[in-house]
Design a protein around this ligand. Structure first.
Ligand SMILES: [Zn+2]
Length: 179
């Protein structure tokens, strides 16, 4: 019997779920404050904003709240931004991240990018040379991996390749992806 089936009849009282809601609310209000401090209090999805402000916001979230929250934001990104229905497989989805990024960023100047390369059966590598934090991309890759995990794979593992990392001032991070 798996852990999941053994608790399938168990119920939880809503009261015990309220702390989750409260915790999210706390982060929400802090996040709103940080956004407001950078002139992003009322974001219009169709308008364009300076990327530098977004980077400042991410830097403040990382230092004041923590890198796990940066990663949590990344994990929400694919669903909120959306992927076209034509994307069906994991590799298509990883390949599409570059296109999605280009749809949501514009120059002048280099905006950086995402470079996905298949490395063999059930293996790939993503090189991120955009200015966003390492943890944000890690969250994005994990979320996309979970969303498009093939039915015959138990997991999609995203591992940062040792060496170059934007956290250390390098221009790119590479992530090995296995499923
Ligand atoms: Zn990195």
């Amino acid at each position: 019997m798996t852990a999941r089936s053994s608790v399938s009849q168990v119920e939880i009282k809503g009261q015990a779920l309220l702390p989750i809601v409260a915790a999210m609310k706390l982060i929400h209000s802090r996040t709103q404050k940080i956004l407001a401090a950078h002139g992003l209090s009322a974001i219009d999805g169709d308008k364009w904003y300076p990327m530098s402000r977004a980077l400042e916001v991410y830097e403040q979230i990382r230092t004041e709240i923590g890198p796990n929250t940066t990663k949590a934001v990344g994990r929400k990104l694919p669903d909120i931004v959306g992927l076209p229905p034509s994307i069906q497989t994991l590799e298509e989805a990883f390949g599409f991240i570059r296109v999605g990024y280009q749809m949501h960023h514009r120059g002048p100047g280099s905006i950086g990018s995402y470079h996905y390369e298949a490395m063999g059966e059930r293996k790939g590598r993503m090189v991120c040379d955009n200015p966003y934090p390492c943890e944000l991309d890690e969250g994005i890759l994990e979320a996309v991996g979970e969303k498009f995990r093939p039915k015959d794979s138990l997991w999609v593992r995203v591992e940062h390749q040792p060496g170059s990392c934007r956290k250390n001032g390098d221009s790119a991070c590479s992530y090995n992806i296995v499923w």
